[in-house]
Design a protein around this ligand. Structure first.
Ligand code: TYM
Length: 336
């Protein structure tokens, strides 16, 4: 048995993978694989909580698998959530350990409910409300110690810990360990078009940079990044400039980062130089990702089989947990 600490994280198959996802979470996933026992999910049950079409959902699920492998996630560590249906079973059990009031206070629910209402004639699914409980099940079903995520997931991790505590108290045993969030330095990457909001797909194409973008598009997006809007208090770095420095550092361009930061401090920074350095950093990363994506897609049949097999393997752990959870909670269980 692997005695290393366990890591779990997940991402929704809702379209392109952007540099917010990558620098905020997925880069960490890749690095952590060297030191921990890691499982990473493409969470397609979660993606159903907002308006979706079956055709797009299945396409996005495989596309995200290819994307994750292209940026360095090992196929053996990947699973597709719907191939491990125990997540949904544990979600039901956890629903009974989570209060309506606590779910109503989730900020992501409030934001997404607003978006969902606008895009689908007022329909807000109960699944959207229950989303954080399914997320708690994703984490606790693997008894994860660490959860590498961006800081927009803080509240969900806190809720996961509360559910674990309430379950443990009810069954009279410290069955679940309390998972902790793991963060990168770029725990919140902002939109370059509007640095007061987080980089995300839901705000529209100009608000995110796809990690597989071609060089021209990246250069264009960075060239048009908002730097100073004139309303930053004097002596403070504006959100736009700060975000460009975050991107530069996250892209691993440390000598450039130090030199340009010196220029900033002495008041001689030219934004065009900062933008140029950021664009080159991202272009060079994206070139590597695009090359690996082409290789992955060229083997897509094998990759799909491999991820189905890894999902089946990872499922065994989920099955072990669900058996124990049911037994401890007084739920009848028969092994078929
Ligand atoms: P999702 O699919 O929106 O995003 C995947 C990961 O990317 C991070 N992220 C960001 N980090 C920094 N700056 C940004 N602008 C930015 N945008 C996205 C997210 O924090 C996340 O880590 N609820 C989750 C998916 C999920 C999950 C889980 C995560 C479901 N079950 C269990 C961890 C554990 C979500 O919507 O992520």
């Amino acid at each position: 048995m692997d005695q290393r600490k366990r890591v779990l994280s997940a991402i929704q198959p809702t379209g392109d993978m952007h540099y917010g996802n990558y620098f905020g979470a997925v880069k960490n996933w890749v690095d952590l694989q060297e030191h921990y026992e890691c499982v990473y999910g493409v969470v397609n049950y979660h993606a159903m909580t907002m308006p979706f079409t079956p055709k797009k959902l299945v396409e996005n699920t495989w596309e995200l698998i290819f994307n994750l492998i292209a940026v360095g996630v090992k196929p053996d560590n990947l699973f597709i959530q719907s191939l491990v249906p125990e997540h949904a079973e544990l979600c039901w059990i956890f629903n009974c350990f989570c209060s309506y009031g606590q779910l109503s206070r989730m900020t992501q629910f409030k934001d997404k409910a607003r978006q969902s209402e606008e895009s689908s004639e007022g329909f807000i699914s109960a699944g959207l409300f229950d989303y954080p409980v399914l997320q708690a099940a994703d984490i606790l079903i693997y008894r994860a110690d660490y959860v590498p995520v961006g800081d927009d997931q803080d509240q969900h991790i806190e809720l996961t810990r509360d559910i674990a505590l309430r379950y443990n108290a009810q069954v009279g045993k410290t069955y679940f360990v309390l998972p902790e969030g793991l963060y990168t330095e770029a725990t919140r990457v902002m939109s370059t078009a509007d640095p007061t909001r987080k980089m995300s797909k839901s705000a529209g194409e100009k608000h995110y940079i796809n990690v597989f973008s071609d060089p021209d598009r990246i250069r264009k997006q960075i060239r048009s990044a908002v730097t100073d809007t004139g309303d930053t208090p004097s002596g403070e770095m504006s959100p736009g400039v700060s975000n460009l420095f975050t991107l530069l550092r996250a892209a691993g361009r440390l000598p450039e980062y130090d030199a340009l930061m010196d220029h900033y401090v002495t008041g001689s920074l030219k934004y065009v130089d900062l933008k140029e350095a950021v664009a080159e950093g991202l272009v060079s990363l994206s070139e590597q990702f695009r090359a690996r994506k082409a290789e992955t897609v060229a083997n897509k049949k094998d990759v799909k089989e491999q991820v189905k097999a890894s999902s089946a393997h990872i499922r065994q752990r989920a099955q072990e947990t669900i058996r124990e959870v049911k037994e401890l909670a007084g739920l009848l269980n028969v092994k078929f």
